[in-house]
Design a binder for this molecule. Structure first.
Ligand SMILES: Cc1cc2nc3c(=O)[nH]c(=O)nc-3n(C[C@H](O)[C@H](O)[C@H](O)COP(=O)(O)OP(=O)(O)OC[C@H]3O[C@@H](n4cnc5c(N)ncnc54)[C@H](O)[C@@H]3O)c2cc1C
Ligand code: SF4
Length: 327
C-alpha cells in the first residue's frame, strides 16, 4: 500500500475545505470497509495523497425519528440501522436491506453514507494490481467495457449504456422504494436529491467538494406495507445477484399506491414503473403478482451470461408482493 496522510475532519465545513485543499487527491473515509480494500489492491489509477476521516465529526451518526419521518446521519452504522426499533417498526424494508449487507463485522464498521457511495464490484474493475496489473476500462476513463464481450454473469440486465456494473448498494434499493432523499453538503452549501437520482452511469451525483450529510426518509402512511428481498449465491455474505424493494398501500386487498425498485440488475436502483402501474387499482392476488413479475422485466436486455437473472427477478417480485398481502 502506498503511504498517504490521514486527516481527522472536525466538522462538515472542515471536511469540505480539506477536499478543496487536496484538489482531487483527497478521499473521504467513513468506515473504510470499501475504500481501504480499493487502496490495498491498488485498483484505482489515481491514488489519494490523503484520507479525510469523517468519523471525527460529532453527531453524524444519529438516527432520529419524528412525525415527519426519519433522519439518518451519513455516519450511522448499518448494524445500528438494522437493529433500530424505530426503523424496524416503520421502515422494515430499510432494516431488512441493512441487515442483508455483508457480515455482522462489516455492518458494525460500514456506514450508510459509505454504502451509498461505495465503488462498483465489477471483477474487471476490481482486478488487483499485484495479480498481474490492474485492468483499465471505460469506468476508469481509459479503455472499453470488458463486460460486454466478457464474463458478464453479475452485470446489468437493464438500463446500462456505458458501464454495465450494477449498483452495489442494498440500502439504495430500499431507500428508493421509500422515496428517501439524500442531503448533500458542499462548498456551495446544502442541496438534496432523491436517492433514485443519486446514481449516475459512471458514479454518483456528488461534486468534487461535496459529501453526503444525511438521509431523510418520509414517514410512510400507517397502511404502507414494505418488503426487501435479495437473492445471493452465497448465503451468509454476498452482494445481490438481484433484489427487490416494495412499498405499497393496500385497502381491502386492493393496491392504492406502489413503489417498486429492482437491485443487482442495473447501474442504478431501477424503478419498475410498468409493474407499479399494473398493480395500482388491482386486487393483489397470485394472478396480479405473476403479471407484475412479468412486467418488472419487460425492459430486460440480457448480455451473453446474465439472462438467468430475469427469472430470479420475476420470482422475487412475485414472492415479495404475495408476502405483503399476508401481513
Ligand atoms: C466482504 C464484503 C461484503 C459486502 N457485501 C455487501 C452487500 O451484500 N451489500 C451491500 O450493499 N454492500 C456490501 N458490501 C459493501 C459495504 O456495504 C461497503 O463497503 C460499506 O457500506 C461502505 O461503508 P464505509 O462506511 O465502510 O465506507 P468507506 O469504505 O469509508 O467509503 C466508501 C466510499 O464512500 C465514500 N464515502 C463514505 N462516506 C461518505 C460520505 N458521507 N459522503 C461522501 N462520500 C462518502 C468514500 O470516499 C469511498 O469512496 C460488502 C463489503 C465487503 C467488504
Ligand atoms: S462494467 Fe463498468 S467497471 Fe466493469 S469493465 Fe465495464 S466499464 Fe469497467
Amino acid at each position: 500500500m502506498k503511504p498517504f496522510e490521514h486527516v481527522n475532519a472536525g466538522a462538515l465545513e472542515e471536511a469540505v475545505s480539506l477536499l478543496k485543499k487536496y484538489g482531487g487527491k483527497g478521499r473521504l473515509m467513513a468506515g473504510g470497509t470499501d475504500l481501504i480494500g480499493l487502496l490495498k489492491d491498488r485498483i484505482l489509477t489515481d491514488y489519494p495523497d490523503a484520507l479525510i476521516n469523517l468519523k471525527s465529526i460529532p453527531g453524524m451518526d444519529a438516527i432520529d425519528e419524528s412525525a415527519g419521518g426519519l433522519r439518518i446521519g451519513a455516519l450511522s452504522k448499518l448494524a445500528d440501522i438494522a437493529s433500530s426499533t424505530a426503523v424496524r417498526a416503520k421502515y422494515p424494508a430499510l432494516s431488512q436491506a441493512a441487515e442483508s449487507v455483508a457480515s455482522p463485522e462489516i455492518r458494525t464498521m460500514a456506514t450508510i453514507g459509505g454504502n451509498l457511495c461505495q465503488d462498483v464490484r465489477c471483477w474487471y474493475y476490481r482486478y488487483p494490481q499485484q495479480m498481474g496489473g490492474r485492468i483499465l476500462c471505460l469506468r476508469k476513463g481509459n479503455g472499453p467495457c470488458h463486460a460486454i464481450k466478457g464474463d458478464n454473469r453479475y452485470h446489468s440486465l437493464m438500463g446500462a449504456k456505458k458501464c454495465f456494473a450494477v449498483c452495489p448498494s442494498d440500502t439504495a434499493i430500499a431507500l428508493s422504494a421509500l422515496d428517501a432523499e439524500i442531503e448533500i453538503f458542499g462548498a456551495k452549501g446544502a442541496r438534496s436529491l432523491p436517492v433514485e437520482e443519486f446514481f449516475t452511469p459512471l458514479g454518483n451525483a456528488l461534486g468534487p467538494e461535496e459529501l453526503v450529510k444525511e438521509i431523510r426518509v418520509p414517514a410512510p402512511s400507517p397502511d404502507c406495507r414494505q418488503s426487501f428481498l435479495k437473492f445471493t449465491e452465497r448465503k451468509p455474505v454476498d452482494f445481490a445477484v438481484a433484489s427487490v424493494a416494495f412499498a405499497i398501500t393496500v385497502h381491502d386487498g386492493t393496491c392504492e399506491k406502489a413503489r417498486l425498485f429492482l437491485g443487482g440488475v442495473a447501474p442504478v436502483p431501477l424503478r419498475a414503473e410498468a409493474a407499479e402501474r399494473h398493480i395500482v387499482g388491482k386486487l393483489i392476488d397470485s394472478a396480479t403478482a405473476q403479471e407484475a413479475a412479468q412486467e418488472s422485466v419487460a425492459g430486460a436486455r440480457p448480455l451473453s451470461g446474465n439472462a438467468y437473472k430475469v427469472e430470479i427477478v420475476k420470482a422475487l417480485v412475485n414472492r415479495a408482493l404475495l408476502s405483503l398481502i399476508q401481513l
